[in-house]
Design a protein around this ligand. Sequence first.
Ligand code: 3AM
Length: 195
Amino acid sequence: MEGREGKGGRQRLFVALDLPDAIRDDIAAWGEAELIDPALRAARRESLHVTLAFLGGRGPDEAAAIAALVRGFEAPGAPLRLEDPVPLPRRGRPSALALPAPSPATADLHRGLAERLVAAGLYEPEKRDFWPHVTVARVRTEGRGARRPEAVARWPGDLPKALKEPFYGVRVTLYRSELQPGGARYVPLAQVELS
Ligand code: 3AM
């Protein structure tokens, strides 16, 4: 997995819990039917994940150290379940749509990973509480260069019952986020299977 670097050799990194392929498929199928408002841009199927730690722009040495830490991370598979979609932020005009993924095991994963990254001097924990979720769509912005999200007229309906059954997150991946006109692309740099 090669590293394509951005400005000054820096890459925008984050670590995530990957969803099983079957769940990604089911979310994508639900999204095809429900994310029909033209202001919504569905997340790519292969991008569906629960972010565990956002690391921001890092140089090659730090990226290599983070990759090594992720490869050596040991933890049990984390059971989680999905809830009906919520627009984010909850106040003001929404810019994204997420499925809450309440899971004490995922919070433990986040804590364990954050502790190791902090101990290695590679991470400053966020002040806000960890809130596990899967981002399923972003809201397009109004016109060129505008930052204000468009208004969404048709929000999706609830998830089907089958998508609310518990499942296991089985892999932790370090991703590089590449910002592109069609939406961010996430490139896996290092992975570890959970036991
Ligand atoms: O996939 P989700 O939406 O959970 O929102 C960004 C995305 O999370 C989040 O990191 C993931 C990969 O881009 N993110 C982006 N900027 C962030 C920041 N400054 C951030 N999270 C925290 N702080």
